[in-house]
Design a protein around this ligand. Structure first.
Ligand SMILES: NC(=O)c1ccc[n+]([C@@H]2O[C@H](COP(=O)([O-])OP(=O)(O)OC[C@H]3O[C@@H](n4cnc5c(N)ncnc54)[C@H](OP(=O)(O)O)[C@@H]3O)[C@@H](O)[C@H]2O)c1
Length: 248
């Protein structure tokens, strides 16, 4: 019989209806956690993610919560705790990217990136901490663009991901007395709606990488599950790259 390293744990993943987030929901559930996840616009896809987890014998609970709104995130955390009775693992995954030179970006797009990518993560962490067990896990999904920003038009998005790296380092110290670890995963190009492997941006990205392919959502999800599990108790405050050699 295989052991499931997250058996008995509960998790909340933001933005679990598609892409990397959906992969994380599936993997955490397969590894034994009960997983709540948020979505904003993709209700049908969220239901499909939950149904697939259910079919595989796991537990997933979709919650409509727009990361633009603080009260939605507060309600999502409360609903997770109501539903499962605890919260051990928080994954801040929801994010948006609008890519254009700073002079062409509308303030609304900049505000959305700041709010969804950074402010919502702060709110989710602050709310979760009231419920999180000692030994809990906070995992932010950053981006390799925090460390390397080689293409014009990425500056604000990259800045939001750099903010997560700093937040991660500071919180590691704040939360160490409770044995809560805080880490930041920095993916390179991963094949999703936001960055399709067959999309127009792919050749330029592959051109600067060591591996000649995009990563998969399953590869990122496996990394998240490892950090969420008992074997990763000594990793905290780290920004960890999974980037196919984007920074090599
Ligand atoms: N793909 C890549 O190459 C790559 C590289 C580096 C880092 N990342 C990071 O990986 C994470 C996931 O990216 P992805 O490629 O999977 O993106 P994606 O395909 O665009 O999916 C984004 C997810 O976030 C959710 N989301 C967006 N805005 C939201 C909001 N206001 N409230 C709640 N949920 C919201 C979406 O839900 P709805 O559709 O329901 O709104 C969706 O589930 C992000 O943090 C991204 O920055 C991705």
């Amino acid at each position: 019989m295989t052991t499931r390293p997250l058996e008995g744990k509960t998790a909340l993943v933001t933005g679990g209806s598609r892409g990397v987030g959906a992969g994380i929901v599936a993997k955490l559930a397969a590894d034994g956690a009960k997983v709540a996840f948020t979505y904003a616009r993709s209700g049908e896809r969220a239901q499909a993610v939950a149904a697939a987890v259910d079919e595989a014998g796991g537990t997933a609970h979709p919650i409509h919560a727009d990361s633009l709104h603080e009260q939605d995130i507060e309600a999502a955390v409360a609903q997770t705790v109501d539903h499962f009775g605890s919260l051990d693992i928080l994954v801040n995954n929801a994010a948006v990217g609008t890519f254009a030179p700073i002079v062409d970006l509308k303030m609304g797009d900049i505000d959305a990136m700041l709010t969804i990518n950074v402010r919502s993560a702060i709110v989710a962490i602050r709310e979760s901490l009231a419920h999180m067990s000692d030994g809990g896990r906070i995992i932010n999904i950053g981006s390799i663009n925090a460390d390397r920003t080689p293409f014009p038009g990425q500056s604000i998005y990259a800045m939001t991901k750099g903010a997560l790296a700093s937040l991660t380092r500071g919180l590691a110290h704040e939360l160490a007395p409770r044995a809560i670890t805080v880490n930041n995963i920095q993916p390179g190009p991963i094949d999703t709606d936001a960055n399709p492997a067959a999309g127009p941006a792919a050749p330029s990205m592959l051109g600067v990488m060591a591996l000649d392919r995009y990563g998969t959502t399953a590869e990122v999800a496996a990394f998240v599950s490892y950090l969420a599990g008992p074997d990763a108790a000594y990793i905290t405050g780290s920004s960890l790259n999974i980037d196919g050699g984007f920074t090599a």
